[in-house]
Design a protein around this ligand. Structure first.
Ligand SMILES: Nc1nc2c(ncn2[C@@H]2O[C@H](COP(=O)(O)OP(=O)(O)OP(=O)(O)O)[C@@H](O)[C@H]2O)c(=O)[nH]1
Ligand SMILES: [Mg+2]
Length: 298
């Protein structure tokens, strides 16, 4: 048996979370077409007959504009150390640019062995991918391999898993095989609600939203009751999230409920409340919640 921790690293929106879901064949972590979707480090556990890979999903590394962004980047940079392998993920369409040079420095400082992942290969030709591969090879010191992938078509994903296995150390299974994510339902539910807000809203709204699940209760009829607060930074944003005659919040709620039901395998009653918390992205308490470190406050 082989086992170990494998951290994704890359700038926002390159497809780190999408690759994890595609390998797991299930939506475990949230994804969107907007950058800075992932705000936390999340362990997703892939188990097969001969290996257990603990994928660490991380926020994209970027120049932070507020405290939330600083926490996100810190979480991503911390994930470079004390893992067995890094997957340096690059968007083939965007190429290897200044952010990738910057991230290469972090990777080289960590000294962790790295596989380069050229993702969104469905959008480019071979010449473009060859150039990116060359750039990865010239920037990353401890590079083991480069794999070309598409989270959309599935190309290269089996190859990626095989390469990871080759380089993982021998070790025991660290999690029971029925565990696929190391977070409680309250966290998964808050993420799925946030994903719908990212999907249905625009401009500064998605990034101004935090979701905290306050209560999860299984009712005698088997329905799981989930109460969540959606925090925004301004009254006007509250109006947008609720929408005309409550249409937007209804759409968010219905779509999130379906995903949570699919994840859980049981019926869900979702009770959403929108609250204003001025400038929360610069306030510690809610940020610590948002990056999943609420326990650190106790
Ligand atoms: N065409 C194509 N699109 C992809 C591929 N992988 C991901 N995407 C799209 O790229 C966007 C970003 O995907 P995410 O998985 O959220 O990216 P991420 O790297 O986790 O982003 P952050 O969490 O913000 O750091 C989404 O719209 C995905 O559908 C791919 O292989 N091909
Ligand atoms: Mg992500």
């Amino acid at each position: 048996m082989k086992s170990g921790f494998v951290s994704f690293v890359g700038k926002p929106n390159v497809g780190k979370s999408s690759i994890i879901n595609a390998i797991m064949k299930k939506k475990v972590v949230i994804v969107s077409d907007k950058p800075q979707t992932t705000r936390n480090r999340i362990n997703v556990i892939y188990t097969d007959a001969d290996a257990q890979i603990i994928f660490v999903d991380t926020p994209g590394i970027h120049k932070p504009l507020h405290r939330l962004g600083e926490y996100m980047v810190k979480a991503a940079v911390q994930a470079l150390k004390n893992v067995d392998l890094l997957l340096f993920t690059i968007d083939a369409k965007e190429g290897f640019e200044t952010p990738e040079e910057h991230i290469s420095n972090y990777i080289n400082q960590s000294g962790t062995p790295t596989i380069g992942v050229i993702n969104k290969i469905d959008l480019v030709d071979n010449d473009r991918a060859d150039l990116i591969e060359e750039q990865i090879r010239s920037h990353v010191n401890n590079l083991l391999d480069v794999v070309r992938t598409s989270a959309v078509t599935g190309e290269g994903l089996n190859e990626l898993v095989e390469k990871i296995k080759q380089h993982l150390p021998e070790g025991p299974q660290l999690y029971p095989e029925n565990i696929i994510v190391d977070r409680p339902l309250s966290f998964i539910a808050s993420e799925l609600i946030r994903e719908k807000i990212f999907h249905f809203t625009y401009e500064e709204i998605p990034h101004s939203v935090a979701v905290i699940v306050e209560e999860v209760k299984e009712r005698p009829n088997g329905v799981v009751y989930i109460r969540a607060n959606i925090y925004v930074e301004r009254e006007s944003q509250k109006g947008i999230i609720i929408g005309q005659e409550g249409r937007m919040i209804k759409k968010i709620g219905e779509s999130a409920r379906k995903d949570i039901e699919y994840f859980l395998g049981s019926k869900v009653y979702l009770d959403l409340h929108v609250k204003v918390k001025k400038d929360w992205r610069n306030k510690d308490f809610i940020i610590l919640n948002e990056v999943g470190m609420r326990d650190d406050l106790d």
